[in-house]
Design a binder for this molecule. Structure first.
Ligand code: ADP
Length: 813
């Protein structure tokens, strides 16, 4: 049989049949055991759906042993398996209604009563004694447990004697066999030295094989979606290894998993063995079938048997590996070379190893988890110190380590400073862009608790994710700003792409059981392919924690930086204020002596200078003092603009403009200057006088620095977005309206754009274009900034200039 084992046969450990078709018996809604007690022998073939099979109450046992159900009160026999003649030497009808002493003699009955009185037998099979061999029967190990108010006795051949070989009286301890105790002791020491879950499982597989002598021992691990993986394996050297193969969750259906978690061991010494039905099928006291959950002899579902047969398995032994009472995996043993006697002591030793393995696995997994957590935290700290040093997060994707330094992910991306930074396998930028918009809606960014979003099936929640499921079926995302716009994300590829499935879904089914194509491993694989489609390995709690922690660290860093910046701003404001105060004091106090100088120079002039040279020098002195006086006036004015409170009110800018035009117009009065406003300006909250000053300054410059005969000045406004579209709008402002003053004057070369706003900076000779102090635009900028606005210009030499400015309502300066 084994020689015929194809890869397809390796399909699964337990069977999942094809869903019923219209022609199959399962098409009928009613199942036969709805009306009569279930027995695998009678109804097993009509099973079409694993989930519907009454696996706990199969009504049959494996016929290599015998089973008696006893009434607890008097230990009389209520039910017996139909094969008691072969195993116990009595026909069932000879036993029913009689005391158990009919089988185990008086001594046995006394022993059973003592165990029932003193041991925790409820749902817990306990070895009772070994029934010695007689003329008709072999020596039998007897185990006892209670369930639902009945006692259950199981009889299995010890394998150490043949009928008639021994006639010693009932003994209470197993006779000497292999020294399981010292074997187990050595094994335990070895298991305890294992550092990782993998080495532990590998060692466990080897030890169980050594102990049991079975052909293949697999440590089968369940993933979060219940699909299984051969995580470790020890097998005969001539067998093809199945290590690393994954199997559909449906191969071990939920029912079977629940049952396995409860049973400490599941022996199947002969797959081809007969089944023996219980007589009667129902307990006459309760009217219920026997719950065989804890019976070693429990009869196998025909589907399971058939499936194992298809895989060439002759005998099997299964033990659960539990973590916190939840099924973590299985120790699954196959024997191919023929039926295999699995005596009670051997089973007890294997069972003990499985229990030890479960405990040890937990300890090792906890250690591994702690190490992973530590590694993630270490990398988090390194990422953070790099970010702090470089003043940005870019190093998280191109530095060492990157966001992939410790996290088990295929790729990572970061949105920071208005662009994407990527490392590893990620969706493309447009996909990231759309995904991040969707994520903002999913993330509870304002939440105090961790606002991390984690999914291992993105496309199910976000259908466009199907387009990049191969690289990002799993997404772990954490926002880095309150708005959620800045994000970091990790991606995991689709599971299907990363695991080695136990079979190729495109292969044609090569195996059909004796009952036709009912059992099709390939079919279960197809279903499975569907179920893991667009799914990644789920994110572990430790990974989600690490993402949240990194987020917190980055946010803290940002806050520290913001605080430092706020501190610098406060310093700057203070020194600006001091400068304003100094400028005021200096300009104010300097004016007085300047007046004195001017007065004396004037008096000397009046007193008639000695010669022309002296007269010229005195005139120069007077001119310079006047110039210095006007510079001091500008400085004084500038410092006032910086210090004085704004008077904010709702202002009709059209009136303000009219005033400003009048003031400027009265200065020019040449008749060839045209100042136009194309449309009415919108009302705004501002300081009327200050804004008028801005307009007066800009208008007068527009006229002053103009060599055209027909001077034209246009005042107007545009929506901020129109300007932004041209890329000319400075960043960091949220205002809607941009005002402008445009002239057809001499223009300004772009290299002087910044210069013109500097104090006392003129681009021309002192007296050219009507002279000036070079303070006008500096004051304009100060006034606009006091309104939390900005001022800038567009111009080219000889082509006129346009000065833009914005105003915002509040005055925080
Ligand atoms: P002032 O006009 O007193 O010299 P401003 O600060 O108002 O000082 O202007 C600084 C300089 O910028 C001016 O000297 C001039 O060279 C240049 N400037 C200002 N406005 C214009 C304009 N509309 N067209 C061309 N040049 C200008």
């Amino acid at each position: 049989m084994r020689e015929n084992l194809t890869k397809d046969m390796q399909g699964a450990l337990f069977a999942r049949p094809a869903p019923p078709t219209a022609a199959s018996p399962g098409a009928d809604d009613a199942v036969p055991w709805d009306t009569q007690p279930y027995s695998i022998k009678r109804h097993g073939l009509s099973i079409t759906n694993c989930d519907a099979e009454p696996v706990r109450t199969p009504g049959c046992i494996q016929a290599h042993g015998a089973l008696l159900v006893l009434r607890l009160s008097d230990l009389s026999i209520l039910q017996a398996s139909e094969n008691t003649q072969a195993i116990l030497g009595h026909e069932p009808h000879e036993l029913l209604g009689h005391s158990v002493a009919a089988v185990v003699e008086h001594d046995g009955e006394v022993r059973l009563r003592s165990i029932l009185a003193t041991e925790p037998t409820e749902r817990n099979p306990i070895y009772a004694f070994t029934l010695p061999a007689s003329e008709q029967i072999a020596a039998l190990d007897v185990t006892l447990h209670t369930i639902d108010g009945s006692a259950i006795l199981e009889f299995e051949a010890t394998g150490r004697s043949q009928p008639g070989a021994e006639t010693s009286p009932v003994v209470s301890l197993p006779r000497p066999g292999p020294d399981y105790y010292s074997l187990i002791k050595k094994t335990m020491v070895r298991l305890q030295t294992m550092e990782t879950g993998l080495t532990l499982c590998q060692s466990l597989a080897e030890e169980v094989r050594l102990l049991s002598g079975l052909d293949r021992v697999m440590i089968y691990k369940f993933h979060a979606d219940h699909h299984g993986e051969v995580f470790a394996e020890s097998c005969r050297s001539d067998l093809a290894p199945w290590l690393g193969l994954h199997y559909p969750a449906g191969d071990i259906p939920q029912q079977a998993r629940d049952l396995l978690a409860k049973t400490s061991i599941r022996p199947v010494p002969d797959i081809h063995g007969e089944l023996a039905e219980m007589m009667p099928l129902l307990n006459p006291d309760t009217g219920m079938p026997v719950d065989m959950t804890f019976c070693a002899l429990r009869g196998l579902s025909l589907m399971h048997t058939e499936y194992l047969q298809n895989m060439g398995v002759a005998a099997g032994l299964t033990m659960p590996l539990l973590r916190d009472n939840v099924l973590w995996g299985l120790i699954s043993c196959h024997h191919y070379s023929g039926p295999c006697h699995l005596p009670y002591e051997l089973r007890a030793a294997c069972e003990f190893l499985a229990q030890m393995g479960s405990l040890q696995l937990r300890a090792v997994e906890d250690r591994e988890n702690a190490a992973y957590r530590l590694r993630l935290e270490e990398v988090n700290q390194q990422l953070l110190s790099m970010a702090a040093q470089e003043g940005g997060l870019a190093s998280m994707t191109d530095g060492k380590p990157s966001l992939l330094g410790a996290m088990h992910a295929g790729g990572a991306a970061l949105f920071h400073r208005d662009r994407w930074w990527r490392v590893g396998q990620t969706p493309d930028e447009s996909q990231l862009e759309a995904l991040s918009h969707w994520l903002v809606g999913q993330l509870d960014v304002g939440s105090v608790a961790s606002p991390v979003y984690a999914t291992h099936a993105l496309a199910a929640a976000y259908p466009p994710g199907a387009a990049f499921a191969d690289v990002a079926s799993g997404v772990l995302a954490a926002p880095l700003s309150r708005s959620g716009q800045n994000l970091m994300m990790w991606f995991r590829p689709e599971v299907q792409k990363t695991v080695n499935w136990g079979g190729n879904p495109h292969d044609k089914p090569q195996v059909t059981g004796p009952h036709g194509p009912r059992l099709t491993p390939r079919r279960s694989f197809e279903l499975f392919s569907e179920s893991v489609h667009q799914q990644a390995a789920p994110w572990l709690p430790v990974e989600i924690d690490a993402a949240a922690r990194l987020r917190t660290l980055i946010m803290e860093l940002v806050i520290v930086r913001a605080e430092r910046l706020a501190g610098l701003n406060a310093d700057l404001t203070r020194s600006n204020e001091e400068l304003d105060a100094f400028a005021y004091v200096a300009s104010h106090d300097l004016k007085e002596p300047l007046r004195g100088i001017y007065k004396y120079a004037h008096q000397l002039m009046e007193a008639v200078p000695a010669n022309e040279e002296e007269k010229r020098k005195l005139e120069g002195l007077m001119r310079l003092t006047l110039r210095m006086d006007s510079l001091l006036d500008s400085l004084l004015h500038f410092s006032r603009v910086g210090r004085e409170e704004l008077t904010l009110e709702e202002v009709d800018l059209n009136e303000v403009l009219a005033d400003a035009m009048e003031m400027v117009g009265s200065r020019t009065g040449d008749g060839c200057t045209e100042i136009v406003a194309l449309r009415l300006l919108p009302p705004i909250m501002c300081d009327r006088i200050r804004v008028r000053e801005v307009l007066v300054n800009l208008l007068s410059n527009a006229i002053k620095y103009n060599d055209k005969v027909a001077k034209r000045v246009e005042v107007g406004f545009v929506g901020a977005h129109e300007i932004a579209l041209r890329g000319a709008f400075p960043a960091g402002t949220e205002v809607q309206t941009v005002y402008y003053v445009r002239d057809n004057g001499i223009g300004i070369s772009s290299r002087h754009f910044d210069q013109v706003f500097k104090m006392f900076k003129r681009l021309h000779g002192r007296e050219d274009f009507g002279g000036g102090t070079g303070a006008g635009l500096t004051i304009v900028r100060k006034l606009v900034e006091r309104h939390r606005g900005q001022v800038w210009l567009e111009s080219a030499a000889g082509e006129g200039s346009t000065f833009f400015f914005t105003l915002s309502a509040s005055d925080d300066n």
